[in-house]
Design a protein around this ligand. Structure first.
Ligand SMILES: [Zn+2]
Length: 321
């Protein structure tokens, strides 16, 4: 396997397992008696196929279960793909060969109940609990752009349970086409791929997201321009959310979002420039869990079951974690 080396210590048989099935990586955390006993991140192999990735997932789950010392009570899975009630992948724009394939099959050997949730939604839950905020917007920027909305201490789920898809708010009607077919969705403008393309055009050199992050750290003018472009676009989306749901807190995370340290402050500045007189603005900050908010949310799902996803009060199920 590729990725970070596992951290393990002896576990117990009453634990839970959290898994984040993301666009570029797989992250696993085994928790026993409220403490992480195992954590590992595995990058999907470049050029792999769904069959090989399914086997990698199954082997990774088996290793994590082994670290727990017994079958977990429950497994919470934060999923980048849209997963149907039968556990099969309905859509996964970044990995289309998974469509129709079972995402629950690689977990079948664990002997545990397996619960799936949207990765960004779960990240929003975890950020709200850890921030202690009853009104929070989470924005995850990575391979895609995802969102989670918590309003009045409850997850905002909408009529069909999939509210909070902030990546598809249109921020530039003349902008690049999104994978959903619409022009100028936030995802089409500030995903890792989109920001790398913007940096490439601004710099005049092929530029990866890692180079963009390094350029931002060095305050290179071309990187600053791409950062401003991202901040403008995110602030435009937040301007709508401020009017609709009045969040007290905005948390920016995801693999790339967490790596761009100046981004939240830059977004806050842009947002305040468009504030209406007398209207309070949310506090904008980095995700408490950095790039691991979805994994933290999967751990909540594993610990508390689906009630939190069903609109239960986030703060009536034990202390924030
Ligand atoms: Zn879209």
């Amino acid at each position: 396997m590729t990725g970070t080396r596992p951290r393990t210590r002896p576990g117990t048989a009453d634990g839970v397992l959290a898994v984040d099935v993301g666009g570029t990586k797989l992250a696993l955390r085994a928790v026993a008696a409220g403490a992480a006993v195992y954590e590992r991140t595995v990058l999907w192999p470049v050029g792999g196929d769904a069959g090989g990735e399914s086997e990698l997932l199954e082997a990774s789950v088996a290793e994590a279960v082994g670290a727990l010392g017994g079958a977990p009570v429950r497994i919470g899975v934060a999923a980048a793909p849209n997963v149907g009630a039968d556990g099969s992948v309905v859509s996964w724009p970044n990995r289309p060969d998974w469509v129709g394939r079972s995402l629950s099959a690689p977990f079948a050997g664990s002997g545990a109940e397996v619960l799936f949730g949207d990765d960004a939604t779960l990240a929003g839950l975890a950020e709200a609990r850890s921030t202690g905020s009853r009104d929070l917007v989470y924005l995850g920027i990575g391979t895609g752009v995802g969102g989670g909305l918590v309003s009045g201490g409850r997850l905002l789920t909408g009529a069909w349970g999939t509210a909070g898809e902030l990546g598809h708010l249109v921020v530039d009607p003349q902008g690049p086409r999104c994978r959903c077919g619409t022009r100028g969705c936030l995802q089409a403008v500030v995903s890792a791929e989109a920001l790398a393309a913007h940096a490439t055009a601004t710099r005049g050199l092929p530029t990866t997201t890692a180079e963009l992050v390094a350029g931002v750290d060095r305050a290179e003018p071309w990187a600053e321009r791409t950062l401003d472009h991202a901040a403008d676009s995110i602030a435009r989306a937040l301007r709508v959310l401020v009017e609709l749901v009045q969040p007290a807190h905005v948390r920016i995370g995801g693999g790339l979002g967490a790596a761009l340290a100046p981004l939240p402050r830059r977004v806050a500045r842009r947002l305040s420039a468009t504030a209406r007189p007398g209207r309070p603005l949310p506090e904008v900050g980095p995700a408490v869990h950095g790039a691991h908010s979805s994994l933290a949310g999967a751990a909540l799902l594993a610990a508390h079951g689906t009630s939190l996803l069903g609109g239960a009060d986030l703060f009536h199920e034990g202390s924030p974690s």
